[in-house]
Write a protein that binds this ligand. Structure first.
Ligand SMILES: [Zn+2]
Length: 143
């Protein structure tokens, strides 16, 4: 390998690291943005292709900590959140883990959020520019 080629590779490696860091920083910015109430739908949908599922989980968790419904398109304040981890249905004779469900104001928001999360791309953030942008679907209010 010539020195010139070595230098070229080194530059490529540096560029890749810079790109990776920028993509991670951008995803973090989006997480912070989506913690706010009143996010417009088009903005929400356009930001999803720049985050990964762990980022999305962070958004839901942080919103819950701030007493805001976990679904970024909902601005409902969480009140009377149950303290327990499980809910027992006497009718169905079943025990439910409500850890995730508690982060949302309603069953609809919980389902809509899970639906969006399942569409968030899992590929590395810094390789997204090579992919076609997915078109995200919101869960209809009528289902
Ligand atoms: Zn909600």
């Amino acid at each position: 390998m010539t020195t010139e080629k070595g230098e070229q590779l080194r530059q490529q490696l540096i560029a890749a690291v810079v790109k990776k860091r920028a993509a991670i920083a951008r995803a973090h910015e989006i997480v912070v943005r989506l913690l706010e109430p009143g996010i417009p739908e088009p903005e929400f949908l356009s930001l999803l292709c720049e985050i990964g599922p762990p980022n999305y989980s962070d958004i839901v968790d942080e919103r819950e900590i701030n007493k805001l419904c976990g679904y970024p398109l909902c601005s409902t304040v969480l009140e009377n959140v149950p303290k327990q981890k499980y809910s027992i249905s006497a009718a169905k004779n079943k025990v439910y883990d409500i850890t995730e469900r508690k982060k949302f104001c309603s069953g609809y928001c919980f389902k809509a959020s899970e639906y969006i999360k399942s569409q968030v791309p899992t590929s590395p953030l810094w390789l997204r520019d090579r992919e076609t942008r997915p078109s995200f679907q919101l869960l209809s209010r009528n289902t």
